[in-house]
Design a protein around this ligand. Sequence first.
Ligand SMILES: Cc1ncc(COP(=O)(O)O)c(C=O)c1O
Length: 383
Amino acid sequence: MQKKYLMTPGPTPVPAEVLLAQARPMIHHRTPDFSAILMEAVEGLRYVFETTGSDALIMSCSGTGVMESAFANCFCPEDTVVVARNGKFGDRMVQLATAYGLNVVDLSYEWTETVDPADIATALTENPGVRGVVVVQSETSSGVLNDVKAIGAIVAEHPECVFIVDSITGIGAVECKTDEWGLDVVMTGSQKGLMLPPGLAALTVSPKAWRAYERSTLPKFYFDWGKYRANLAKETTPFTPPVSLIIGLVEALRMIREEGIENTIARHARLAEATRQGCEALGLKLFAPDDGRGSAVTPVWVPEGVDGKAIVKIMKDTYGVTIAGGQDSYAGRIFRVGHLGYFGDFDIITTLAALEMTLAQLGYEFERGAGISAAEAVFMGQA
Ligand SMILES: Cc1ncc(COP(=O)(O)O)c(C=O)c1O
């Protein structure tokens, strides 16, 4: 038997309380019992997304489904959108916008850079009539955190332009103040900070985004937000919902509320800091720039002369610790430690210990114990 540790930025570990809630006998979704659960889930989501002004909708799909829904529901064919991208999921936004026949003003950055809000302001000035700005807040492929607060302030000056934010690995890990920052559409997926299995996604829709919806003529059916809103007014869903996932969601949201969203975010910041300091103490280089490091995932450069794919394989096979490799052109060149959702200090200590043993096995030279010692110092407030 080998004890397993899931240290990836999605799927993430599911707490026992949530697993048990989901194991309850099935109930029918057209019942007052389910309506009460649904409404509790929606209220809990609004708490986590920090909104009172937006509606929260739940859909049965992975994160990409709600990303797609944002395009189908906010735009007309040939509308112009600004997509700022610095990673794999920003790339996907461009693919989606293109698939829906939109004109894309493509602001492309290196994966190691943050999106510069000034570039968004310039793009909006140079392209009058832009209907949407799309940004990934927490880029899972690169660990970069983009400043959606600053970008929100810029987009807010354009009454016909909605700000669409992929916070799929942001929500529950980093600050995301939907109302205060003027974020019109914010989305997340269940297998991330919400600590659930994959299969459910949620998003918020502001009054400005509803105005875009009313104007939008792109085809939509299953993902038509209006259907979800109309049914929510009757405390139900347009289609058969993922009942067990929603029951689990209520439990997960209760856990977050109990911790308090500010404390949840502070815990993630502490875990991320310990991971970063632990890796740097081993002489490893961090991938994300120091002005834009998120708390969901820590990507690290594979050191010179070490086989990056072997790091991930040995961690998993020998030590039972699953981390993620690099994506696309960074496959084998970086590895990523996820700490998003149900994680505590000792998950980080365990991972750093496994990383030290793995690196030693691969012939990398460093001071044994330096990584865990640096992490302990962060946890003890001595860093
Ligand atoms: C930032 C971000 N956006 C979008 C997605 C896509 O979500 P899914 O794989 O759930 O469709 C992911 C998944 O990892 C993600 O991390």
